[in-house]
Design a protein around this ligand. Sequence first.
Ligand code: HEC
Length: 453
Amino acid sequence: MRLTRNVLSLALLCISTASIAQSSDELVYNGEIGRIINENCVVCHQEGGIGPMQFESYEQVLPWAPLIQLKVASREMPPYAYDHGIGVQDLLGDWRLNQEEIDKIVAWVDAGAPLGDLEKEPPRPEMKGPNDWNFAAQLGQPDLIVLSESMDVPANGNDLISTHYVPSGMVADRCIKAVQMKPRGDARAVVHHANAYADIVNSDGERERYGMITEYAMGKWGEMVPDGVCRTFPAESEVRWSIHAFPGGIGATAEGEMIEDNVVELGLWFHEEGYESADNLYKQDLVRYNLGFEGERDASNLILNMIVPPNGYGMTQGFHSFDHPIRIDSYQPHGHLRLSAASIEIFYPETGRTEAISQISNWSAIWHHNHIYGPESAPLIPAGAVLVLKQWYDNTADNPNNPDPDQVVYGGERTTDEMSHAWLALTHLDEDGYEQLLADRKEKEERSLAEND
Ligand code: HEC
């Protein structure tokens, strides 16, 4: 008995000395912790960034250590809610920390958030400033920047929606390589979301709707169009802006004061001229797919048949299928303050099987992410399979974003109404293109298996 206890305590002693050795080596700010914070947090938590406090030095980080531990352990920070272990995990622009990094932050704060060796400051990677374009490092400055008209947003009051047109200046159709929309300067705090559509102006000067260019919402990184497909930005077009501003802002970023001269910038990077007439080029489009009913509207634009009851829950589903194969390139669920979860699945009628593609169980209206699937993982869907979109709404007091659980929530445009749709960028394939992509993937997989042997 005594022997066992001694062996046990000896083992425990070994474990604890090992972890102390590790923490003195690297679990200090001037080491692994500063590296994690610099690489994952400072991009927003810097002077002029959207984060409400700065984490550019140990002195700035230290007072926040307990809250950092809480927000990192709960995966609220960095802000990228996307479930682990379900569906496609290979995403571009994914801000999530891995479990090991989370554990390190937690252990560091438990140990009293030590600085470590005074001389060893953690490296600060080259990083974009708060006003820089996200794709500048890879692609340089945009080939085209279209500015919205400016708008002033008061500190209080109802939502403001500005719809107006600005000529794009495009003289020929071009294929988009990447696109980012961003509010300039202080506008970041009050622009809840903004849509940019392309309308074509015909020879009679009339506008015809062409399609969606991109939707911005807070935190969105941008969109990249995969190689070998064309998402067209048309010639002779105007950008139809629809900017939705929320007086007083959303989340902790708003200052609670009048924010003047808000401009939203649309940046576009194009493929070289002539790319649009290349062989074997498939069309990609970005389209809004509705869930449930979005039909009937009353005079104030409320969508009558979508209701979330007071102190209750709601759920919507949408089913979409195509007569040709497709590839899902990105997925961006959309809703407002009561939306709490969203998912996309594929149902295969022939086998009766359902496959999970993406799930977000902890959705928050403060962040609208576009989940871009990695080029090797973007789901390839045969003709006839059904996209199943689901969204869940929480109108109870448990929902931290809920301004008033006693309200009946209708569908509508205002932030306090609800919406239920998802933006999907889809590449529209034919049978040959689909078989080819499947074969390419299989070959790559076999090659990498052989290399690993
Ligand atoms: C994309 C920008 C972005 C990134 C990246 C980011 N944050 Fe934040 N953070 C914000 C914004 C905006 C807020 C305020 C709104 C909110 O709380 O959601 C915030 C709030 C916080 C808060 C305060 C929460 C509160 O309740 O007051 C903490 C702590 C925090 N972030 C820690 C971190 C840490 C640690 C990282 C990196 C591991 C990180 N953040 C990465 C933008 C970001």
